[in-house]
Structures are given as structure tokens and as C-alpha cells.
Design a protein around this ligand. Structure first.
Ligand code: E4P
Ligand code: PEP
Length: 338
């Protein structure tokens, strides 16, 4: 069950509802969104039947939701949500471009990448300080030093940044520096990590697991929401397919499906889907046309020398094509640039 609080509900009203649920033998999970608070209630059928929360002070509505995810479900929202990252909105009315290097390699390369990102129209910088690599011998990222570089580049360019956290032990450091925490495809079902990022109060980007169904993805998002954090942005980044000439299979259906099932914003990452530069802009266009709330791409000033994923990094002409797509297509769908 989900209890939707009125926008005017006070902290006392919320505490009263939580106490009421607990007194009836249920568990209450409070999630504070930008405009209203919702409380997920978990309990036996008998608890939910007899709860009678409708008339409690501050309660606007109660809904029984049978899906295994509740707080992130579209069922209790009349409008899809907007998440703000350092003031930049990601949501249904706007279109947001996130761009930057796959990995932070040096301060110079990160700054140059941020300038390329800006040139393409990006308002949020991406960049990995902790890299999830298939091989333990591959470049693993600069760690804390990389976070500091990103913070300096934010200072120099004014771009807030999103960066991945791989391990619960680094969540505090990443949350201290970053504007948004990313949970990557390999960690989508790392439940301890999901709970830890949920507890930071910072916006979270949750990428789709390599072989995750829509329901599994949303249940993972629910772990973050259950910790009181509804500032979650979903990111479709391609799933494992069988075609060797592309890195992953970009699932364009994920965009409208997530908008049917959930109120959370959904963006696409055509770079990690394609794995090759020449497909990134076409897939970005497809994502925008399907209604994505944003696109995230890799850019690099010298892709040949990149330490991670150079083959998919945009630069030069392909970057200009991306800039053209993001300035023209979202407007056709009634979105303003964020
Ligand atoms: C980049 O973002 C990831 O770390 C990269 O895609 C990992 O892939 P690989 O280690 O298999 O090259
Ligand atoms: C990334 O965006 O840096 C990344 C590692 O992506 P994914 O988790 O989608 O592979």
C-alpha cells in the first residue's frame, strides 16, 4: 500500500501516519519528493485491510499497489517526476544532455571533455572516477583524486556532475563531491549499494542491468526509494544481445515502458549501448524520438588515446551532429532544453 500525503502535510502528520502504521503491525517507508511525501506500507493482508489510514491528518489518498515496487510505480502519481541535479532539471517537460569522458584520466583531459560537452549543449557533466572494468588489469579509475578533478572542472565550467560509485565503502566520498551518484549496469542488483546511495539524499542515476527485465529494474529502484530518496533517474544503456558488431542491444521500448510503469524520469545512454561512435547519434535520435527525458554520451578530446571506451567517444563532426539533434528534436516534442 502507498499513502500519499497532501502537499500541505506537516512533519507531525507524517510522524503520526508512521506511528499509526507501526501500531497496526506494519512497516512504513517515508519518501520525500520535491512536491509531496509518500509513505510505502508493508504488512500482511490483515494489516493492510484494517489500517484505515484514509482519515488521518495530512493524508490525501491511499492506494493498494500489488506490483513488487510501489514508491516508484506510476500508480500513485498523476504526473511524471522531475529530478534536479545541481539545479538542472531532468523530467517530462525538459530535455537534458549529459556528456563527458567515460573516465577521468587527467585534469586537462577532463576539462577539455567538459568543454566539448558544453559545445554539444550539455548542462550536466559525466565522468567516471571509479571504473567497473571487466579485466582487473584494465585502468580502474583515479578514485578519490578523480572526484577532486571533477569538482575542479565543475568549478571552472559551472557544470554539475554525475559519477559512478561501485562500492558501499566509497559512497560517502562520492556523495560529498558529486551532484548525482550513478549505479552502473553491473551493480543494478547490488542491494546493499542501492540502499547506501538511497541513504545519501543525493540524486541517483540507476542504469539498467545487462540482462534485467523492466520489473527487476524498477524493484532495484525501489531499494533506493525505500531509503527515503525519490530523486532517481533511470538510464537505458542497452542489454546483452547476440549480435557481435554492436556492444549491446539498445532497447528503445524501455523509454515508453518506463513512462507507463513508473513516474521516474528516464534517459538513454547510446554510447554504452552502441560501443561504436558511428551509431551513437542515430541511437540518441531514436531515444529522443521515443520520449526520453535526456541523453548521456561519452566525449573525449582524443579518443584514440582514451584509457576506457575510446571507440564510442564522440568528438569532432559526430559531436556537431549530436548538438544538432539535441537542439532540434526535443523542441518538436514540446520540450525545452534544460
Ligand atoms: C565504462 O564505462 C566501463 O567501465 C566499461 O564499459 C567497461 O568495459 P570493459 O572493462 O569491458 O572495457
Ligand atoms: C558508465 O556510464 O561509465 C558505465 C560504466 O556504464 P554502464 O554501467 O552502463 O556500463
Amino acid at each position: 500500500m502507498v499513502i500519499v500525503m497532501a502537499p500541505s502535510a506537516s512533519d507531525n502528520d507524517i510522524a503520526g501516519v508512521v506511528a499509526h502504521v507501526e501500531a497496526h503491525g506494519g512497516q512504513a517507508f517515508v519518501s520525500r519528493g520535491v512536491s509531496r511525501t509518500i509513505i510505502g506500507v508493508v504488512g500482511s493482508e490483515a494489516v493492510l485491510e484494517t489500517l484505515g489510514a484514509d482519515g488521518l491528518p495530512g493524508v490525501a489518498d491511499t492506494k493498494r499497489i500489488t506490483a513488487p515496487y510501489k514508491l516508484v510505480s506510476a500508480a500513485n502519481h498523476t504526473k511524471r517526476s522531475t529530478v534536479r541535479v545541481g539545479g538542472v532539471p531532468i523530467g517530462p517537460d525538459t530535455f537534458t544532455l549529459i556528456a563527458g569522458p567515460c573516465a577521468v584520466e587527467t585534469p586537462e583531459q577532463t576539462y577539455a571533455s567538459a568543454l566539448l560537452a558544453k559545445r554539444a549543449g550539455a548542462t550536466i557533466l559525466r565522468g567516471g572516477a571509479y571504473k567497473p572494468r571487466s579485466s582487473p588489469y584494465a585502468f580502474q579509475g583515479l578514485g578519490l583524486d578523480g572526484l577532486k578533478v571533477l569538482a575542479e572542472v565543475r568549478e571552472a565550467t559551472g557544470l554539475p556532475f554525475v559519477t559512478e560509485v561501485l562500492d558501499t565503502k566509497d559512497v560517502e566520498d562520492v556523495a560529498e563531491h558529486a551532484d548525482m551518484l550513478q549505479v552502473g549496469t553491473r551493480n543494478m542488483q547490488n542491494f546493499g549499494l542501492l540502499q547506501a546511495v538511497g541513504g545519501t539524499g543525493k540524486p541517483v542515476m540507476l542504469k539498467r542491468g545487462l540482462a534485467a527485465t523492466y520489473e527487476e529494474w524498477l524493484m532495484a529502484a525501489e531499494y533506493i526509494a525505500q531509503r527515503g530518496n525519490l530523486d532517481i533517474v533511470l538510464c537505458e544503456r542497452g542489454i546483452r544481445g547476440f549480435e557481435p558488431s554492436i556492444r549491446n542491444m539498445f532497447d528503445v521500448s524501455a523509454v515508453p515502458m518506463m513512462q507507463i510503469l513508473s513516474h521516474l524520469p528516464i534517459i538513454v545512454d547510446p554510447s554504452h549501448a552502441a560501443g561504436r561512435r558511428d551509431l551513437v547519434v542515430p541511437l540518441a535520435r531514436a531515444g529522443i524520438a521515443a520520449g526520453a527525458d535526456g541523453v548521456m554520451v561519452d566525449v573525449h578530446p582524443n579518443p584514440e588515446a582514451a584509457l576506457v571506451d575510446g571507440a564510442q567517444a564522440l568528438t569532432g563532426e559526430s559531436l556537431d551532429e549530436l548538438a544538432q539533434a539535441v537542439t532540434t528534436l526535443p523542441a518538436l516534442l514540446g520540450r525545452t532544453s534544460a
